[in-house]
Design a protein around this ligand. Structure first.
Ligand code: ZN
Length: 59
C-alpha cells in the first residue's frame, strides 16, 4: 500500500511540513508546532479539509 502523507501548516508561524497519519495524534488532541511551539488542536494544523479527511481515514 502506498504511504499516505498529510500536509500541515502552522497558523502561527506558517511553517509547512508533512507527516504520516500514524505519527500524529488524533485531530482533536493538542499539538505543538515543532518550529514555534504554538499549541492548538491538531485539526487546526491541517492544511486543507482533504488533509484532515486523510488523517481521519488512516488513523
Ligand atoms: Zn509554528
Amino acid at each position: 500500500m502506498e504511504e499516505a502523507f498529510v500536509r500541515l501548516l502552522c497558523p502561527e508561524c506558517t511553517k509547512e511540513w508533512q507527516s504520516t497519519p500514524r505519527d500524529l495524534p488524533a485531530p482533536q488532541n493538542t499539538f505543538s508546532c515543532p518550529e514555534c511551539g504554538e499549541r492548538r488542536r491538531l485539526s487546526e494544523f491541517m492544511r486543507t479539509e482533504h488533509d484532515l479527511e486523510t488523517l481521519r481515514d488512516l488513523q
